[in-house]
Design a protein around this ligand. Structure first.
Ligand SMILES: [Zn+2]
Length: 164
């Protein structure tokens, strides 16, 4: 009686140990596999924001530049400082955007190419009174990059800004 009980116990303990080991090894394998895709996602995410994708705004109401005190009219592209409640706007000259040109939305191909070729590009947002939200007006890119984009896409933008 005593012997049989011992043998049963030993058999059980051996089995349980084996099953525990196999479970552990399976788990660790799963974790390693799961960790790999996560690791490969990271560098891809770092690549995505290529250059500075800053946002600038088209003024929805007349304002004054907080840099040079120039009067700003509705529709002017400005850079808004962090304190949005104060509406601290910087004109295009003060925010060093005067060498960039606006491409209105609806020119997806040109926008994509110009963003690619421009070392600096900004998304231009405009406040919509109707929707009570900011909507994308277009982008600011270097004229040189827009020229290149036009040539490559074989499209001429109808309403390019005239530079003095
Ligand atoms: Zn200014």
């Amino acid at each position: 009686m005593t012997e049989s009980t011992e043998s049963t116990e030993s058999t059980e303990s051996t089995e349980s140990t084996e099953s525990t080991e196999s479970t552990e090894s399976t788990e660790s394998t799963e974790i390693t596999e799961a960790a790999e895709p996560t690791g490969s996602v990271k560098p891809a995410r770092e690549k995505a924001p290529k250059v500075s994708k800053e946002i600038v705004y088209s003024l929805s109401r007349a304002s004054r530049c907080s840099g040079c005190d120039r009067k700003l009219v509705v529709g002017e592209i400005v850079k808004l400082e962090k304190a949005e409640e104060d509406r601290e706007a910087l004109c295009r000259v003060c925010s060093k955007l005067d060498d960039l040109e606006l491409i209105g939305k609806g020119n997806a191909k040109i926008t994509r190419l110009a963003t690619k070729y421009s070392t600096r590009s900004y998304v231009v947002m405009k406040w919509s009174e109707v929707w009570k939200t900011y909507e994308r007006l277009g982008i600011l890119a270097e004229p040189r990059a827009i020229d290149k984009a036009e040539a490559e896409a074989q499209v001429k933008l109808a309403n390019r800004e005239k530079k003095p």
